[in-house]
Design a protein around this ligand. Structure first.
Ligand code: NAD
Length: 355
């Protein structure tokens, strides 16, 4: 298995170092050969080559079976030409690999329940949600789009459009994710108002016929936003379009209260999947051994589960993370009363010990 590793900027190299160590231990333990190659992206790539996504990086990613990313960006590159900003590297690689499905789990580890923003009686019921967001269609890309002056006043417009093939393929990813979890899928739309949502719903129902073991429900997006904070335990997998998914995946993850804990996966049809923590490059703590490497380590578990079908290996990593938290080890971002403050390296080493 070939894996392209892109540490990126800020805390990227620190968290990735711990992640790769975990991957190597899993390889030894389960008898797999993970071959890793490093590639440049973001600010690090700008410094070395002048562009945020060099051709060699694209080539290295396409020749791999999966891609791991740390984070990109930082104040050093905030004032450069917007056309070559570090974030362009990230958007560029998602496009190059045609990654149309974004999987964002938002799970609350019971050990971290005090970090959750919700009332204890709501948290008690548990939070373990996977938001599957369509990533390359919908209103962010629909045509026509633009701004103009009409009858003497400025106006702007975008178009929310979904084609059958786009809905079918994202629905398929979501049903398959539900099959690997608790077999419940909620499709979120705005079918009471939007024509595009009525087509979306129709197609999702058609796809559901191939997944009789998964229970499908539908919810309007405004209600879904409310239900996520009122009773998140009702959700297993949520599938939705690009705009609604952008908002709901952030809402779902922030209620858990710990940005340093959350992994993500972006998947395409046959290209390698890309796995990354949802947080940014945290320039405020970069190079200080303070970053939480667990989101990266959990992203590696996702890679094993979704790109390599290695459920047992993924479970092993997730259990080791949970055990480490049970032992009371905490980086600064998840520190609580009674916790033992550790750095990025110590947290990584503790997970390895618990593998
Ligand atoms: P951020 O996620 O980098 O940081 C927000 C806060 O969370 C900071 O206080 C930071 O210290 C903390 N934090 C984040 N990850 C942490 C971790 N693993 N352990 C401990 N604490 C952690 O978001 P920001 O400050 O808005 O952005 C900083 C830079 O990152 C910007 O240049 C931004 O463009 C970039 N960014 C990149 C990505 C990405 O690469 N996917 C995502 C978001 C932001």
């Amino acid at each position: 298995m070939k894996i392209c590793v892109m540490p990126g900027d800020g805390i990227g190299p620190e968290i990735m170092e711990q992640g790769v160590k975990v991957l190597n231990v899993i390889g030894e333990k389960f008898g797999h050969k993970f071959e890793t190659t490093e590639a440049l992206i973001g600010g690090a790539a700008i410094d070395a080559t002048g562009v945020p996504l060099p051709d060699e990086t694209v080539k290295a990613c396409k020749e791999s079976d999966a891609v791991l990313l740390g984070a990109v960006g930082g104040p050093k590159w905030d004032t450069i030409d917007p056309a070559i900003r570090p974030e362009k590297g990230l958007l560029g690689i998602r496009k190059e690999l045609s990654l149309f499905a974004n999987l964002r789990p938002a799970a609350l580890f019971p050990q971290l329940k005090d970090a959750c923003f919700l009332r204890p009686d709501i948290v008690e019921k548990g939070i373990d949600i996977m938001v599957v967001r369509e990533l390359t269609g919908g209103i962010y890309f629909g045509e026509p789009r633009g701004t103009k002056v009409e009858n003497g006043e400025r106006m702007g417009y975008n178009t929310m459009v979904y084609y059958e093939h786009e809905v079918k393929r994202i629905a398929k990813v979501a049903f398959e994710a539900a099959q690997k979890r608790n077999k419940k899928l909620c499709s979120v739309d705005k079918a009471n108002v939007l024509d595009v949502s009525r087509v979306w719903r129709e197609i999702v129902i058609e796809v559901s016929k191939d997944y009789p073991d998964v229970e499908l429900t539908h919810m309007y997006v405004d209600n879904a936003a409310m239900q996520l904070v009122r009773d998140p335990s009702q959700f297993d997998v949520i599938v939705t379009g690009n705009l609604f998914g952008d908002i709901l995946s952030d809402e779902a993850s922030v209620i858990t209260g710990s940005i340093g804990m959350l992994p993500s996966a972006s998947l395409g049809a046959s290209n390698p999947g890309l796995y990354e923590p949802i947080h940014g490059s945290a320039p405020d703590i970069a190079g200080e051994n303070k970053a939480n490497p667990l989101a990266t380590i959990l992203s590696i578990a996702m890679m094993l589960r979704y790109s390599f079908n290695m459920a047992e290996e993924a479970d092993c990593i997730e259990s080791a993370v949970e055990k480490t938290l049970s032992e009371g080890l905490r980086t600064g971002d998840i520190m609580d009363v009674g916790g033992k403050l550790v750095g990025c390296t110590e947290m990584g080493e503790a997970v390895i010990k618990n593998l």
